[in-house]
Write a protein of this length. Structure first.
Ligand SMILES: *[C@@H]1O[C@H](CO)[C@@H](O)[C@H](O)[C@H]1NC(C)=O
Ligand SMILES: *[C@@H]1O[C@H](CO)[C@@H](O)[C@H](O)[C@H]1NC(C)=O
Ligand SMILES: *[C@@H]1O[C@H](CO)[C@@H](O)[C@H](O)[C@H]1NC(C)=O
Ligand SMILES: *[C@@H]1O[C@H](CO)[C@@H](O)[C@H](O)[C@H]1NC(C)=O
Ligand SMILES: *[C@@H]1O[C@H](CO)[C@@H](O)[C@H](O)[C@H]1NC(C)=O
Ligand SMILES: *[C@@H]1O[C@H](CO)[C@@H](O)[C@H](O)[C@H]1NC(C)=O
Ligand SMILES: *[C@@H]1O[C@H](CO)[C@@H](O)[C@H](O)[C@H]1NC(C)=O
Ligand SMILES: *[C@@H]1O[C@H](CO)[C@@H](O)[C@H](O)[C@H]1NC(C)=O
Length: 430
């Protein structure tokens, strides 16, 4: 009898232990690895929101495609394949997710990297994880070597040149170094299994200047991209103390688009209807065109006051609308306008700067199976000065201008204004 009781008790205890363990373990497993967004206020820099945050449904404030014919070759809308994941935002309102981290030691002057503390703000944090301990763990995790940026950072000469002639920065045109790094992360939760890779079979035919096509392992054309996902880019601080003070960076990438036809037509929009609004779908595309050395520019306005109010989201349904500074991890997944990023931001795609010999538009034909036809690469002409005035203009990979200051050049190419462009903002234009 007593033996039975003992057995029962032991079994019950075991069951309880197993249940408790499994609950704890699954809870741990489910905890999101995404770091929430958190202000970091250092003595030498404007406050910066570290961690993961979002820009949701930004307004397209500039869309210029007149530099190319037909104009459908340039678009400010997401590729057709990505539009569903971006809904309910419009195709030309691409959601973005970004992460900012702090690497102590990457700026030598330690009197600029002390935390400023205000008791009142720390008390307001209701989360179990206090802001202080959160910051400490976040910093510890990333203390040490500065991360390696991908793609590489443009040269300081290039940054000075574009900072002066295109971006209208105050001296120093290339801004100041900061201890902050920014990465862009895929905003959709669907992760594509198809890995894009470069074809290992360069053709000798037309000219070796046209890069090999970007293809998947099965030979089909790689997905089209509107926006790049650069990682660990060093943020710089521009125009310190002015109303136009901003953190920012830019990098170059291969912007690509699927098209059905680039034959000139008589229609007013200069292209076939299937190619408007983000290009053709992959299934009906006959071409994949690439804008090599397209510039991706990010400007985070830190001193705009009331001049750049953030866009209004849908009317809040309850009083529990999360504040952008909340320390919960929803900041990483908040895709209601304007997203969780607390500062006004301007995101620009344009055709200024870059490497002369690599900068071009080229297209490859695709067969009906979506496979790229290797020998079909061809150039497309581009008017980089469309609607503006260039500084040190180039005319494609065949031109030969002086670039380096050591040779008496200005430091970069295609500065100034003009050319195809897209610009998005999470703030209200007036
Ligand atoms: C370090 O930063 C402080 C505060 O910005 C400044 O006063 C000081 O001159 C800087 N020191 C050096 C060596 O740059
Ligand atoms: C960064 O490092 C300096 C020097 O080690 C230290 O004094 C400072 O408190 C650190 N800043 C932060 C925010 O941890
Ligand atoms: C840091 O700066 C932000 C933005 O100005 C502010 O909202 C926050 O209260 C500051 N936090 C601390 C601890 O000073
Ligand atoms: C800035 O650009 C102008 C031309 O737009 C040029 O005359 C001037 O020398 C440049 N300044 C520097 C410091 O490069
Ligand atoms: C171009 O390449 C194709 C196939 O690779 C070949 O048949 C053709 O002869 C080449 N043309 C020239 C001009 O080399
Ligand atoms: C374009 O217009 C010209 C004259 O207006 C006409 O001759 C030509 O057939 C038209 N082409 C197309 C593709 O409609
Ligand atoms: C983060 O999100 C997960 C899943 O939504 C939730 O279980 C967890 O409590 C959240 N953590 C914080 C700190 O809010
Ligand atoms: C470009 O110009 C420089 C100097 O004018 C010359 O040395 C070089 O050979 C030229 N390169 C090409 C590809 O024409």
């Amino acid at each position: 009898m007593c033996c039975w009781c003992c057995c029962c008790i032991i079994i019950l205890a075991l069951v309880a232990l197993i249940v408790a363990l499994s609950v704890t373990l699954t809870r741990k497993h489910k905890a999101s690895p995404i770091e929430p967004s958190q202000w970091l206020n250092l003595t030498g820099y404007p406050p910066i929101p570290t961690g993961v945050s979002t820009i949701a449904q930004p307004e397209a404030i500039v869309e210029i495609s007149g530099c190319v014919s037909p104009a459908t070759i340039w678009s400010c809308a997401l590729p057709k394949e990505e539009q569903a994941a971006n809904a309910p935002s419009q195709p030309d309102q691409p959601n973005m997710r970004l992460e900012i981290s702090f690497v102590n030691g990457s700026v030598v002057n330690s009197s600029m990297t002390q935390t400023t503390r205000r008791r009142r703000d720390l008390d307001r944090v209701s989360n179990a994880v206090s802001a202080g301990s959160f910051i400490r763990s976040h910093l510890l995790r990333i203390r040490g070597q500065p991360p390696t940026p991908s793609p590489g950072v443009p040269s300081l000469d290039d940054q000075k040149f574009l900072g002066n002639t295109t971006d209208g920065n105050s001296p120093p045109f290339e801004g100041e170094q900061t201890p902050f790094y920014i990465s862009f992360i895929d905003p959709t939760k669907v992760i594509s299994a198809r890995l894009a890779k470069r074809s290992g079979n360069p053709f000798q035919n037309i000219t070796s200047l046209i890069p090999p096509p970007s293809v998947n392992s099965d030979g089909t054309a790689a997905a089209a991209t509107l926006l790049p996902l650069p990682s660990s880019q060093p943020l710089r601080l521009y125009n310190r103390g002015l109303p136009t003070e901003h953190y920012g960076f830019y990098s170059y990438f291969d912007r690509s688009i699927f098209l059905k036809s680039i034959q000139p037509t008589n229609s007013s929009f200069g292209g076939v209807p299937a190619d408007t609004n983000g290009g053709s779908s992959f299934d009906s595309a006959t071409l994949r065109c690439t804008w090599a050395q397209t510039r991706f520019l990010v400007q985070i306005w830190t001193n705009a006051g009331k001049s750049k109010p953030l866009l209004q989201g849908p009317t809040p349904t309850s009083s529990s609308a999360p504040s952008p500074t909340a320390t919960d991890n929803s900041s990483a997944n908040d895709f209601t306008r304007p997203g969780s990023f607390p500062y006004p931001v301007t995101i620009t795609l344009d055709r200024h700067g870059g490497t002369e010999k690599e900068k071009m538009i080229y297209c490859y034909n695709m067969d009906t199976d979506g496979k790229v036809i290797d020998s079909s690469g061809a150039f497309v002409l581009e008017d980089r000065s469309f609607g503006g005035v260039l500084v040190n203009p180039t005319e494609g990979p065949f031109s030969n201008v002086t670039v380096s200051p050591a040779d008496g050049g200005p430091g970069g190419i295609d500065g100034g204004t003009g050319g195809c462009e897209c610009q998005w903002a999470n703030w209200l234009q007036n």
